[in-house]
Design a protein around this ligand. Structure first.
Ligand SMILES: [Zn+2]
Length: 451
C-alpha cells in the first residue's frame, strides 16, 4: 500500500479539532428508500414462498427460499457460478446486468461468498429469484426479481463511525511482530512501516527494547462490526531512547502528509528502507547471516528478506540499467539526478515492464528479492552511488525541505496538541463518544469525548 498523498481520504484532522473524526464515514444514501423497498420486496418474496411452501417438508432455514452459498474461486466469473448453480443462462445474464448498476461483477474477490436464492416450486425446477453478497463489511449488494420478472439491484451501505485506537509495544524482534503482538492490524503496521521507511533503516536501526506507539482510526458499523482501519494519525518510534514522533496533518490546500514535531515533512528524496519493511528478517541475533551495513569491504546495505519480497524504487528517477550484471546477479540501477543513483542487486525477477529508460516513482515496485549472482541467501543488496561511486546511504540525507511556517505551522501545532491528547486519552482506554453527529455540528463536549 502506498501512502500517496493524492489517494488519501479527505478526512480533515485540523485546528477544528478531532470531533470530526467521529462522524460517520458513510453518509446515508439518498437512494436508500428505493433500496429499502427492494429489500422489502425480497423479504416479501421469501415470505410468499414460505407460505406456499409450508406444507412441504423442508429443513428449517429461517426462510423457505433455498439459499445456495457459493464461494468465488480463482478465475471464476459470476456467470459461470450462476450457471453452475443451475440458473438458466438468460436469467443469469439479466441478473448480472442488473447487478452492474451497483457493483462491477469483475471486482468479485476470490473467497467472496455469494448467496443465490431460489424459490422452490412443486412439480417444476426451483426458480432463481436473486442473489446477495457483502463485498465489504459495511456494504451489502443484492439482485432480486421484481414484479415477478425483471431483475433489479440494490445496495445498502451501513453507517460507519470512526473510533480512535491507541497501541504501544516494545520491539522484541521486529516492528511488525511487535505490532501484531499488540493487536495492531496488519494494514496499520504496514502503513507505519511504509511511512518510516523514509528515515529508518528497518534492518539496522532497530534494537531489542526499542518501542513504538501508534494512534489510528478504526471503522465500526452500527452493529458493532469492524469494517476496517482508517488512517494512522500519529506514530512514534523510540529508537535507542530517541523519540521520532510523526503526525498526520492536512495543510490548507488539502494535501495530507506526515510531519515531525517541528512541522517538517518526513519525506526524503530517497527511502532508507527500499523494500517492504514488514517482510524483513530480524536484524538482531543473526550471527550466522550477518546483515551487512556499509563498510570499506562492503559498499552497500544488505536487507535480508524472503525471496519474492517487493523492492521499491528509493526515489523518483529513470532506470539506467536492468538486467544481469555478473556477481550482482539481476541488477537495477536508477538515476535520481545528475549526481545520485541507487542500485539493487541479486533480484529474483524484475517488475513487469521495467527496462532501461523507464521512469519510476519513489515506492514503485521495481523487482523482487532473490539470490542471483554471488549471494549466499535471499537478500537485497542496495547501493547509493554519488558521481558513480558507492557511498554510505546514511551520509546521503536528502530531505524534501518542506517545512510548515506561519499560519500553517500554527495549525499544525494545534494538530500536534490534539493528537497527543487523543493518544493519551485513547491509551487510557477512555470510552470514545459514540457519536453520529454530522461534521461541523458541535453539540459540546461531554466526558470521554475528544473535542
Ligand atoms: Zn551486499
Amino acid at each position: 500500500m502506498r501512502l500517496r498523498v493524492a489517494s488519501l481520504p479527505t478526512l480533515v484532522v485540523c485546528a477544528a479539532g478531532l470531533a470530526g473524526l467521529l462522524v460517520p464515514a458513510t453518509a446515508p444514501h439518498a437512494a436508500v428508500d428505493a433500496q429499502a423497498e427492494l429489500a422489502a420486496a425480497l423479504a416479501a418474496a421469501r415470505k410468499e414462498a414460505a407460505s406456499k411452501d409450508s406444507d412441504r417438508a423442508r429443513p428449517a432455514r429461517g426462510t423457505a427460499l433455498d439459499r445456495q452459498v457459493l464461494s468465488v474461486g480463482r478465475g471464476d466469473t459470476l456467470m459461470e457460478m450462476l450457471t453452475g448453480a443451475s440458473v438458466p443462462r438468460d436469467e443469469a445474464t439479466e441478473a448480472i446486468s442488473a447487478l452492474r448498476d451497483v457493483y462491477d461483477p469483475r471486482k468479485l474477490k476470490v473467497g467472496q461468498r455469494v448467496t443465490v436464492l431460489f424459490e422452490p416450486r412443486r412439480g417444476a425446477p426451483d426458480r432463481f429469484v436473486g442473489l446477495e453478497f457483502e463485498p465489504e463489511v459495511a456494504r451489502s449488494v443484492s439482485v432480486a426479481r421484481r414484479g415477478g420478472e425483471t431483475f433489479q439491484s440494490a445496495q445498502v451501505k451501513k453507517e460507519v463511525r470512526r473510533e480512535l485506537v491507541a497501541a504501544e509495544a516494545v520491539i522484541k524482534s521486529s516492528l511488525f511482530e511487535a505490532g501484531s503482538a499488540a493487536g495492531v492490524p496488519v494494514s496499520v503496521m504496514m502503513a507505519v512501516i511504509r511511512t518510516y521507511s523514509y528515515e529508518v533503516d528497518f534492518q539496522r536501526d532497530l534494537q531489542p527494547g526499542d518501542r513504538f506507539e501508534v494512534l489510528y482510526e478504526r471503522k465500526v458499523t452500527e452493529d458493532g462490526q469492524v469494517a476496517g482501519e482508517g488512517d494512522v494519525l500519529y506514530a512514534n518510534l523510540i529508537l535507542s531512547g530517541d523519540a521520532t514522533p510523526i503526525y498526520r496533518h492536512a495543510v490548507r490546500d488539502g494535501r495530507i502528509d506526515y510531519y515531525n514535531r517541528d512541522g517538517e515533512s518526513i519525506r526524503r528524496a530517497l527511502l532508507r528502507t527500499p523494500i517492504d519493511g514488514a517482510k524483513l528478517t530480524s536484524g538482531f541475533g543473526m550471527r550466522h547471516h550477518p546483515i551487512l551495513g556499509y563498510s570499506k569491504m562492503h559498499k552497500g546495505m544488505d536487507f535480508g528478506a524472503p525471496t519474492g519480497t517487493p523492492i521499491y524504487a528509493a526515489g523518483n528517477g529513470v532506470v539506467e540499467q536492468a538486467g544481469g550484471n555478473g556477481a550482482y546477479g539481476n541488477y537495477v540501477r536508477i538515476r535520481h539526478n545528475t549526481e545520485v543513483s541507487t542500485a539493487y542487486a541479486h533480484l529474483s525477477r524484475f517488475a513487469k515492464g521495467l527496462k532501461r529508460g523507464a521512469r519510476v516513482e519513489q515506492g514503485d515496485v521495481i523487482g523482487f528479492v532473490g539470490s542471483t549472482g554471488r549471494s549466499t541467501g535471499p537478500h537485497l543488496h542496495y547501493e547509493v552511488l554519488k558521481a558513480g561511486h558507492q557511498v554510505n546511504p546514511k551520509a546521503i540525507d536528502l530531505p524534501t525541505g518542506e517545512k510548515l511556517a506561519g499560519r500553517e505551522l500554527q495549525a499544525f501545532q494545534q494538530t500536534v496538541r490534539n493528537l497527543d491528547r487523543a493518544y493519551r486519552e485513547a491509551k487510557a482506554g477512555m470510552q470514545l463518544a459514540r457519536s453520529h453527529q454530522p461534521a461541523g455540528e458541535d453539540k459540546g463536549c461531554s466526558k470521554g469525548m475528544i473535542c
